[in-house]
Write a protein that binds this ligand. Sequence first.
Ligand code: ADP
Length: 571
Amino acid sequence: MTQLFRILIVDDNANNRFTLKSVLTRLDNCQTQEAASGDEALVAVIEHQIDLILLDIQMPGLDGFETARHLKMSARTRDIPIIFVTAVFKAEEFIRKGYKVGAIDYLTKPIDDNQLINRIQLYQRLFQRERHVRDALNALQEKERQLQKINQELDQRVQQRTHSLKLKNQHLEQEIQERKRVGNALKHAMKKAEAANKAKSEFLATMSHEIRTPMNVVIGMSDLLLDSTLDGEQKQFAEVLQNAGRSLLDLINDILDLSRIEAGQVDLSPTPFQAAKLVQQVVEILEIKAAENGIHLSCEIAEDVPESVYGDNSRIRQILVNLVGNAVKFTEQGSVTIQLSYHHTDVHQLNFVVKDTGIGIDKKHLDSIFNMFSQADSSVSRRYGGSGLGLTISSRLVGLMGGSIRVESTLGKGSAFYFSVPVHLADRVDIPAESPETKPRSGEAVKALHILLVEDSPDNQLLIKTYLKKTPHTLDIVSNGVEALKTMINNHDTLDLVLMDIQMPVMDGYAATRAIRKWEKDESRDSLPVLALTAFALEEEKQKCLAVGCNEHMTKPIRKKILMDMIAQFS
Ligand code: ADP
C-alpha cells in the first residue's frame, strides 16, 4: 500500500510557501504542512508526522541552519530529511553549511517546478522504499520477538520437564534403593528364618533320637514283661505301658520325619514298583485294624494302571498308610475304599482316593487340615488319638514328589482324600525280585549262633541279652567300635553274626564296619554278617549302613519277634 508522504514547508514568505504548495499538489499521495518560522517548524514536527522538510534558510528569528540544528538534537526529529531552499547567489556558502547541519539536499530559488517535483518524487520513492524496508524489518523483528518468546516458553517447558523428570528419576532411584533395601532385609530375614528352622529341625531330630533310645528300652521291657507270668491286673498295666510307649514312639517318629522334611534333608529314592501291589499291601496292613472296628476295607484298581512304575514307593506307601489309617480310625461304621487310577497327559500320574463313611470333617477345619498339629476338633483327637502330624507329613511328601493333595468331606457322612503323584513308566524286568533269604524262615529248627552285640547303652544291652536268654544263641557284648573291631578280628572264625549299634562313642558303627570289611579283604577272609541297629527309621540311614558294608539294617526300638526273625535269616 502506498503511504501518505507529508512535507513541511518552512518559509517566512507566504508567497513562497503558496508557490511551493501549489507545485506540490501535483504529486500523488502527498500532503503539505506550512510553518512561517523556525519556531513554528519545531512545533509542527512535534504535532504532526512529517516525512520531509523544505527549509528556507534566511528567516527572521531562528534561521534555517539553527532550525536544522534543533531538529537534529531531538531523537524524534533527527532522521527527518531536510532539503534547504536558498537563493542562487548564496548557494555555494549555504550548501557547505547546510550539509554540515544535516541537510540531504538543496534547491535554489527561484524554484524550478519540474526540478522540485522530480526531487520530491525521488525522495517520496526512497521514503516508500525505506518504509517498506522498515515495515519488513519491523515484521521481522516482531517475528524474531515471537520466536524468542516461543523459544523462551519452550526453554521454560524443557526446564520444567527436565525438573519434573529429575524429580521422577530421584523418586525412582529412591524406590529402587528402597526395594533393594527391602529385598536385602527380606533375604536376611529369610536366611535367619531358614537357619532358625534348620536349628529347630536339628534340635527336634536330636531330641527325638535321644528319646527313641530309652523308649526302645521301655517298649522292649514291657514286651518282656508281657512274656512273663503276670496276673490279670499286672498284664493290663504292662499293656497300658506298652501302648503308651508305642504312641509316644509314633509321635517321635512323626516329629523326626517332619523335621527332616522341613530341613530339606529328605531325598526321594525312586525305584521300580508295582502300584497295584502297593495298594493291596496297604489293605493287608490295615485290614485287621479295620476288622476290629467292624468296617470293611477294600480297594478298586483301574484296569489301565501300568503294571510297573518308577517312583518313591516307600514314601507313597507312607502317605497311603497314613490316609487309610486315618480313614479307619475315624470311621465307626460302613467302609473305607482305596481307589487307584492312572492318568497320562504330559506326565504319567497315579491318582489315589481314600474314601470313608466316617465322622467327616467340619467345613471350617478343612482349610487347615494339612497344617502342622492341626486336628479338626480336640475332642475328636482325644477320642481317637493321634498327633496331628500325619496329614502335614503326607502333604509335604506329596509336594516333594511334585504331586498334589486335597480333601472333600461332609460332617457326619464321610471324607475323601485325593492325592496324585507323577511317576515314570518302568519295564517289568526292572522290579527287583524278592529274595527268598529276606523272608524269615519261621518254624524251622533254630541253629545256635555266636553273636557279638556292639552297643554302648547298658539298657539296650540288657534288653537284647534278655531277648536272647531263652534261645540257643550265645552273646558277647562290647560297648564301642574299637572293642568291636578287636573282638571281630580275634573271633572271626567263630562269630556268626554282629549286631552293630551305629551311634556310639569312641568309634561309631559305620567306622567299625568299614574297618572290618577292609581287614577281611586284606586277609582274604569271608565276610562276617553285620546287622546294623539304628535309631533312625529312614531310607537314607539304611542306605548309609549298606554302603559301609552292613548286610541288613534294623530300626530301634527293636521288637523281639523282628529281631528273632532277622537272626533266623543268618542261621
Ligand atoms: P492325627 O494323628 O491326629 O490323625 P493327621 O494329621 O493324620 O493327625 O490328621 C489331622 C486331623 O484331621 C485329625 O485329627 C482329624 O481331626 C482329621 N482327619 C484326618 N483324616 C480324617 C478322616 N478320614 N475323617 C475324619 N477326620 C479326619
